[in-house]
Design a protein around this ligand. Structure first.
Ligand code: TYM
Length: 399
């Protein structure tokens, strides 16, 4: 089943590219989301298959179920097993000066996929999208796109296999032809159903979805994939982007293209709790890759929602509620060591470890991650950004 549309979502739970909010202040129900969106669960047998095919331990985001849903990922693995190639496509809508930790998740995972499968990657910077949704000027959106490109490059992508492009710079030619092919297949009623647009939304929003759809088709990149029209595409992203690709998959066969495959993550939650995603539009909900050690410490200590009890005596007696505890959730994304994580959960859940101790460990883990990123970003020059964004062939993209 391919399509479930905006109005069919679980009442109260809203997940689309612009809004992520759970029902009645609770948690996002990811099982329901899989059913509603009609995607597939990324189960253990698929993770075992990745391990077998790549002879590498599965990425921590696979082991911990951070990437939990997919569409046709098994077909990508079938193709890989036959010796056929594929390419990766992901993106970023540049709405803030710097990325937050939630944004790092698809990029860290995409880097793992690129390194493991040795495949080319296209990264779309939707400066046009954010210009229209966030009321930024064209120039400001373009500036943010370049700033964000530095954070993306700092994740360690291989320049010989990676093409980063901004829509304002790249849309045209073969890319635009595909946009028109897609646009002709999608009625106004259809986009309203998928994205929930209203009569008050400007037409820029209504006409944007084909822009995010067409990087899924290799013919949109003749300088990379000339003559490889049947190359499969795999899109790593969080599940908020699914509506764009439901639309894309619906249209693809009608215009003679393969449907793109997807591998989709849950959300890195806001500091305040798991009712929504960490979002760039609320600075107090987010830790940015530019935050200092002091900022991280303050934000975690002040805002990170704790499942600990409100007095030490009660905590020792009852232990923490790990289900709602944000420090535990964050550690489960970013603490690599499985044994240490299990031990913290056991001790904290039993009340032998206090919230302050768990937060202290989280502050160390995040400070180290952000500091590593800061150093990598400081080494990214404007020339490197130009080089990643140059329209050029990638001679060693499949080796
Ligand atoms: P954007 O800039 O909102 O988000 C960039 C990527 O980060 C994911 N993401 C998150 N992942 C986990 N936890 C979070 N709290 C969180 N917040 C955001 C998003 O799912 C996305 O993968 N329209 C897109 C840009 C885009 C794109 C793409 C994204 C264009 N083409 C193809 C993915 C794949 C956007 O504004 O993303």
């Amino acid at each position: 089943m391919e399509k479930k549309e905006a109005e069919e979502q679980e009442p109260g739970q809203v997940v689309n590219p612009w809004t992520v909010s759970a029902k009645g202040g609770g948690k996002i129900d990811y099982d329901k989301l899989i059913d509603q969106f009609g995607c597939q669960r990324l189960d253990q047998s698929l993770i075992d298959r990745v391990e077998r095919l790549t002879s590498r331990p599965p990425h921590v985001f696979l082991r911990r179920g951070v990437f939990f849903a997919h569409r046709d990922f098994n077909e990508i693995l079938d193709a890989y097993e036959r010796g056929d190639k594929f390419y990766l496509y992901t993106g970023r809508g540049p709405s803030s000066e710097a990325l937050h930790l939630g944004h790092l998740i698809p990029f860290m995972f995409t880097k793992y996929l690129q390194d493991t499968f040795k495949v080319p990657l296209v990264i779309q910077l939707t400066d046009d999208e954010k210009c229209m949704w966030r009321n930024l000027s064209v120039e400001e959106s373009q500036r943010l796109a370049r700033e964000n490109a530095k954070d993306i490059i700092a994740c360690g992508f291989d320049i010989t296999k990676t093409f980063i492009f901004s829509d304002f710079d790249y849309v045209g030619g073969a890319f635009y032809k595909n946009m028109v092919r897609v646009a002709k297949c999608v009625t106004y009623n259809k986009v309203v159903g998928i994205f929930g647009f209203s009569g008050e939304d400007h037409i820029g929003k209504v006409s944007f979805p084909p822009v995010q759809a067409v990087p899924s088709f290799p013919s949109s990149f003749p300088h990379l994939f000339n003559g490889k029209d049947h190359l499969r595409c795999l899109i790593p992203c969080a599940i908020d982007q699914d509506p764009y690709f439901r639309m894309t998959r619906d249209v693809a066969p009608r215009i003679g293209y393969h449907k793109p495959a997807l591998i989709e993550s849950s959300f890195f939650p806001a500091l305040q709790g798991e009712t929504g995603k960490m979002s760039a539009s609320d600075p107090n909900s987010a830790i940015y890759v530019t935050d200092s050690g002091k900022d991280i410490k303050n934000k975690i200590n002040r805002y990170a929602f704790s499942g600990g009890q409100d007095s030490i005596e009660k905590h020792r007696q009852l232990g923490a509620n790990l289900e709602v505890d944000i420090p535990i959730k964050y550690l489960s994304f970013f603490l690599d060591d499985d044994l240490e994580l299990e031990n913290i959960k056991k001790e904290y859940g039993a009340g032998r470890m206090l919230t302050g101790e768990v937060k202290k460990r989280l502050i160390e883990v995040l400070t180290e991650l952000v500091e590593r990123h800061r150093q990598a970003r400081a080494a990214v020059t404007d020339e490197m950004v130009d080089a990643f964004m140059a329209v050029r062939p990638l001679p060693s993209m499949f080796s």
